[in-house]
Write a protein that binds this ligand. Structure first.
Ligand code: CO
Length: 604
């Protein structure tokens, strides 16, 4: 018998609906889902912590409590990013331990733990904490293809994880690129090595090979397969649950699940799928076998295309693809999963736009120092020299990255105490500790729930609807770009520059500003008019938000001095002076959005 791990409540909508499914969409069908007898249900973790507080005005802790209560018969599982928990950076041990304690207390039974680099040191603390709290550890290895990621590599690491206390094991093929033979060989290898824990295969339909890979995995003895109910399956999401159940029916691997009940559940989720139709991306539904050639995951590709468009360089797509593969090799073949996909992808974009390793992001530096963990293969020495300088050896750490972090819980607790309008519960402190800015806004009741397709006042293809969607969901900008013919994809010409929209019955005057962003009258104070071209003008070579100013008027600067930092493509980058002189004028302030070519300062 094979069992299924159902992902409609987490991975599926994270893959296809920008993680926007709400608790209110889950509860009405919970009772029926609970009757199926799934091995486990993925309901929490990953982006389902960040998105609810940021976009849905929903408390993630309340969600897990409600789901646990509504589905008492099925284990509730969360995706836990090792020392990154449910964010994108390392946390100290005290936060990781406390988080796992709280997650278990609020209703999580199974913890799927993975580290982007498969650095097992990063997995120790979360694994031990889950065991201490009586939870089930599902230890994962991130799957990727490279000369170092051999069958032996995976089998040896699984052996170690099995000794570290894993209850079940999992191959996490987040990019959906595992081939049938590869799936067979790794699972067979694990079984032949005498590893006793059941093994799970997690994949996505991206390459189009996944149905075949699942069949071969079954033949090799896989115990659990990851699927998602059909309305949010296929393409960049997982293979469909009902299809896998039907395919295995009557064989020795029969799941024994009630197919009729599953089809009934399907009908419900079709309505949920429709409720978020403004987020549908047609390309995400297609298979993309090109991933098998260049090993760059589909999700990362669409992200890169979007980032290139932001930087006004969408013609460089092919170059970036080749560069991404090259950077990944130079950096020791990290699996391309959050956060390493971002490190590699952004560095590749920088290399193509500005020359190889001419602009180096803070994240690339941290990666090379070992702050994410140990890369699967050594980073090329010439790259280390370029990134960290001639004394690169002194900069590299050889301890576990979190060993360098100070405990944080008490500090965050006393910080939150200052905000007397926030109830000081452990869960609230944790929300604040993980996402200090967004979390605090949410805890203070200042977050607002986004609209759904049903709230849209105008037809979906209406210009104003496009404008509203673009405003609320910057990341779906590419959806609208895709629906336009190529010659119309840039320039604000076909979009009205000023109009009135109604939100919750209240009219808002909306004005399109030249960068393509929106300005709501009265809500945002107008930025001072920036001059276009002047002597000694320092311009931004990327689109982003100014994080900090490192100089003030009258300061003397030299070539190469850092004058400001900018957040572009979710990464912090330094802006350096290209001339010697004095800062005569500054045209930006911290928090400003700037476009490529915008004037920042005058240095004469
Ligand atoms: Co996944």
């Amino acid at each position: 018998m094979v069992q299924l791990h159902e992902m409609i409540f987490r991975d599926a909508h994270q893959s296809m609906l920008a993680t926007r499914m709400r608790t209110e969409d889950m509860l009405p069908i919970a009772d029926k889902v609970d009757q199926i007898g799934f091995f486990s249900l993925e309901v929490w973790g990953g982006a389902t912590f960040d998105v609810p507080i940021r976009y849905l005005n929903e408390c993630p802790w309340e969600r897990i409590r409600k789901l646990k209560k509504a589905m008492p018969n099925t284990p509730m599982q969360m995706l836990e990013r090792a020392m990154n928990i449910v964010a994108y950076w390392n946390f100290p041990d005290d936060i990781v331990k406390k988080f796992i304690y709280l997650a278990k207390k609020n209703g999580v039974d199974y913890f799927r733990i993975f580290d982007a680099l498969n650095d097992l040191r990063n997995m120790e603390v979360p694994i031990e904490s889950v065991k201490e709290n009586g939870g089930h550890v599902q230890a994962c290895l991130s799957y990727t293809i490279s000369p170092v990621h051999t069958v032996d590599y995976f089998v040896e690491k699984f052996k170690k994880l099995s000794k570290m206390g894993a209850d079940t094991l999992c191959i996490k093929d987040m990019a959906g690129m595992i081939s049938p033979q590869r799936a067979y060989d790794i699972i067979k290898g694990v079984k032949d090595a005498g590893i006793k824990q059941p093994i799970d295969l997690h994949s996505h339909y991206t390459s189009g090979m996944t149905g075949m890979a699942y069949q071969r995995a079954v033949e090799a003895g896989v115990d659990i397969l990851d699927t998602a109910m059909s309305p949010i399956s296929g393409g960049t999401a997982a293979p469909a649950t009902e299809s896998v159940v039907a395919a295995l029916k009557g064989t020795e691997w029969d799941t024994g699940y009630d197919l009729e009940l599953l089809i009934e559940i399907r009908k419900y989720f079709l309505k949920v799928w429709d409720k978020y139709r403004h987020l549908h991306r047609f390309n995400a539904l297609k298979v993309d076998p090109s991933v098998t050639l260049h090993q760059v995951p589909g999700g990362m590709l669409s992200n890169l295309i979007f980032q290139l468009e932001e930087q006004g360089a969408h013609d460089k797509y092919q170059e970036i693809l080749v560069e991404t593969a090259r950077v990944r090799e130079e950096l020791g073949y990290p699996p391309l999963v959050t956060p390493t996909s971002q490190v590699v992808g952004v560095q590749a974009v920088m290399n193509v736009l500005h020359g190889r390793y001419k602009v180096i992001t803070k994240e690339t530096k941290d990666y090379c120092k070992g702050m994410y963990g140990k890369p699967p293969a050594p980073i090329k020495v010439e790259i280390m020299k370029k990134v960290l300088g001639p004394k690169w050896k002194d900069e590299v750490i050889d301890c576990r990255p979190a060993d360098l972090l100070e405990p944080m819980w008490e500090k965050r607790k006393s910080e939150l105490k200052e905000h007397t309008d926030v109830k000081l519960t452990d869960e609230n402190i944790m929300t604040y500790a993980i996402y200090p800015q967004v979390g605090l806004k949410f805890l203070k009741g200042q977050a607002q729930a986004e609209f759904t397709s049903e709230d849209l006042p105008l037809p979906l293809d209406h210009k104003l609807t496009r404008g509203m969607v673009k405003q609320s969901f910057p990341e779906v900008k590419d959806l609208w770009l895709e629906t336009l013919p190529p010659e119309k994809r840039s320039g604000p010409a076909q979009i009205p520059t000023e109009f009135e929209v109604e939100v919750d019955g209240e009219p808002f005057e909306v004005k399109v500003i030249p960068s393509g962003g929106f300005m709501v009258s009265g809500a945002t104070s107008g930025a001072p008019q920036k001059p276009k071209d002047i002597d000694g003008g320092v311009k931004s070579n990327m689109q982003g938000t100014i994080l900090s100013l490192k100089v003030k008027k009258g300061d003397k600067v030299k070539v190469g001095d850092v004058i400001a930092t900018i957040e572009a493509m979710k990464m912090e980058q330094e802006i350096k002076s290209e001339s010697n002189g004095e800062v005569k004028d500054i045209f930006i302030k911290e928090g400003d959005s700037v476009s490529c070519g915008d004037l920042l300062m005058q240095v004469l």
